[in-house]
Design a protein. Sequence first.
Length: 167
Amino acid sequence: MSAEHPAAPQIPEPTAVVGPASRLAAEIAVQAHSGQADKAGVDYIQHPARVARRLAAAGEDDAVVAAGWLHDTVEDTGETPASLRAAGVDGRTAAIVERLTRGDADGYEDYLRRAAADAAALAVKRADLADNADPERLAALDPELAARLREKYRRAAEVLDEVARHG
């Protein structure tokens, strides 16, 4: 492609596309997160791609894998639940993403409890936490930040487990 028409961002490989919902979600996520980097400076799209791969490997269905791709789009990009639906995201996937979106007024534990109350959202949140807490990812961060995040993710997993056990 010429400089006037740069190549469109590509879905990271190996890809986690198990059907049409996750294909569309991957395309939306790649565009929405284009140019973003994570705390370690890595291309941000790698995170939702890894979350989606974890979900696909666990045998989750297409809508749940799609939600893995999109789980951060409403919080971290200009996308909204309405724009996702307008782009063709199915209602189940959009509902999972909404449940996983933390609003400005949400306390962190309240947000986790809301996510854990739905089996599909819980699966996505567990995959998200597993990726965020990956020792290799944390090792790339400042040690103080990594320690804070490690504790945050440990506590989040406890809350998810508690809600999953007791409802």
